[in-house]
Design a protein around this ligand. Structure first.
Ligand SMILES: [Zn+2]
Ligand SMILES: [Zn+2]
Length: 184
């Protein structure tokens, strides 16, 4: 019984825990490699009867390869090769699609995008932890925050179209490095 409860909790905010456990920096999230994210998206597009065009795939791969939010122009630059310029407007169009399908999230405060390989539902309340020192970003679901927020919004008679929270600060890895520096 105890084991069962634990597993349920792990599923509920599993990806937050995964990230929390591995503190070798933001690029060490082996479970959600760029290839995994792209493969998963391809599978889901097939299931949903949607076109996973080469452009969409390339844009998602570019975003998934970074653990920092990437702007559309950065993505276009990464995808461009000599003789093959990718226009930012095409990237934006692909990003619209990828955002709608939940394969990427838009980080409003940065006007930039991060990939998502998680299986949270469309309406899930998300919390993004954005590190000001390394620029890394972690995504979490926070059911407790979500239900409190829902109550507050209902009290205000306000219907949210999105409930994405962005929290800026310093990640554990950077804080660890900072502390070590002070002691030396
Ligand atoms: Zn997500
Ligand atoms: Zn950091």
């Amino acid at each position: 019984m105890r084991g069962h409860a634990q597993r349920e909790q792990g599923q509920e905010d599993g990806h937050g825990q995964e990230h929390g456990h591995d503190h070798h920096g933001h690029d060490a999230c082996g479970g959600h490699g760029a290839g995994d994210v792209v493969e998963r998206a391809e599978r889901l597009c097939q299931t949903r009867g949607l076109q996973f065009t080469r452009l969409r795939r390339d844009v998602l791969a570019a975003v998934a390869a970074e653990h920092k939010p990437l702007g559309a122009y950065d993505i276009a630059e990464r995808m461009s090769a000599p003789g093959r310029r990718v226009a930012a407007v095409s990237v934006y169009r692909a990003l619209d699609f990828l955002t709608e399908q939940g394969f990427v999230h838009r980080i409003s405060s940065r006007n930039a995008f991060v990939s998502c390989g998680h299986d949270h539902g469309e309406g899930a309340g998300l919390v993004f932890l954005i590190c000001r020192t390394c620029g890394g970003i972690d995504e979490m679901t926070a059911p407790a925050v979500e239900s409190a927020l829902d109550k507050t919004l209902a009290g205000a008679g306000f219907t949210p179209t999105s409930r994405i929270l962005e929290v800026e600060g310093e990640c554990g890895a950077c804080r660890g490095r900072g502390d070590a520096g002070e002691n030396a």
